[in-house]
Design a protein around this ligand. Structure first.
Ligand SMILES: Nc1ncnc2c1ncn2[C@@H]1O[C@H](COP(=O)(O)OP(=O)(O)OP(=O)(O)O)[C@@H](O)[C@H]1O
Ligand SMILES: [Mg+2]
Length: 268
């Protein structure tokens, strides 16, 4: 199983939107994909139009009650695609049982596991990057400098402490494509030492698919706009993910979480 998180310590760059659409594109290729929704605002349920009830088993119930993880896996309404609602914000697992959080996710049976977190900073970042083997950064034209700084910080934390391998970066919400020309992108690739996987423009249609409209009108842009520039960008990310990825840096995410969180918390 390849475990991946879209990470950057900046909000609103399109992490949830890209997670949902990349996952759907992978699923359309026949890959079995599981998505951990680590955001209590339920962005993924909104995009997929599914509603896991408040009384249904979620990942936090699995971790607290030591249940089978399969009990918190729900169909996302797309073939091969499944949702694992977290129930609580990711940082809550830090005090609950971070090692079991990692262990339960390792028992998920899928080709790909994605973890979506609202603002991967602090403890949430430790868990998402600590569990996942790979991450992809997203940089936007708005607050670009902040995005670059955040990308550098994320690489340092992820690669050297949490043993999570950067696969590349995505330029999303591009409003001035001429600014992000080949030469500029090459410089960015040199700086971040990973390839640019896709350049995706800011588009009103995409914004309408999630966040820009009432939640009940949200939809999966990749499916609705097949053949669009957006779908092409998503497919480029997918091509990279189904190909050979670099060797993972950690053998056992549970062990790593125990190491970085400390034995006392992990053994609670
Ligand atoms: N390429 C795009 N074109 C237009 N709008 C976009 C694009 N990508 C993302 N958006 C919009 O940006 C907003 C933020 O997207 P999203 O919620 O996926 O970001 P996020 O990084 O998950 O945010 P958070 O940090 O709050 O979890 C949404 O309204 C979404 O529709
Ligand atoms: Mg989000």
């Amino acid at each position: 199983m390849k475990s991946i998180t879209f990470a950057i310590s900046k909000g609103g760059v399109g992490k949830s939107l890209l997670t949902a659409n990349v996952a759907a594109a992978l699923a359309a290729k026949g890959q079995k994909v599981a998505l951990v929704e680590g955001d209590p605002n339920r962005p993924l349920q909104t995009i997929f139009g599914v509603d896991v009830g408040s009384k249904d088993v979620k990942l936090d119930d699995v971790v607290r009650g030591d249940l089978e993880v399969q009990k918190a896996v729900y169909p996302a309404g797309v073939d091969n695609l499944f949702l694992i609602p977290s129930g609580v914000s990711l940082e809550a697992y830090f005090d609950m049982n971070p090692a079991s959080f990692a262990g339960k996710l390792m028992e998920v049976e899928a080709d790909f596991l994605f973890i979506d977190v609202p603002f991967p900073l602090g403890e949430a970042a430790f868990l998402s990057l600590g569990v996942c083997q790979y991450f992809i950064m997203i940089l936007t034209e708005d607050e670009f400098v902040l995005c670059v700084e955040s990308a550098i910080d994320t690489i340092r934390l992820a690669k050297y402490l949490l043993k999570c391998v950067p696969v590349g970066f995505v330029l999303n919400r591009i409003k001035t494509p001429s600014k992000f020309n080949e030469e500029f992108v090459r410089d960015l690739e040199d700086l971040l030492e990973v390839p640019c996987l896709a350049r995706i423009k800011e588009s009103p249609e995409i914004s309408k698919s999630y966040g820009g409209v009432q939640s009940e009108k949200a939809f999966l842009a990749f499916e609705k706009y097949k053949g669009s520039e957006f779908a092409e960008g998503i497919n480029k990310i997918v091509d990279r993910l189904v190909g050979d990825l670099p060797e993972p840096l950690k053998k056992d995410p549970v062990e790593l979480i125990q190491l970085v969180v400390g034995p006392s918390k992990a053994q609670k």
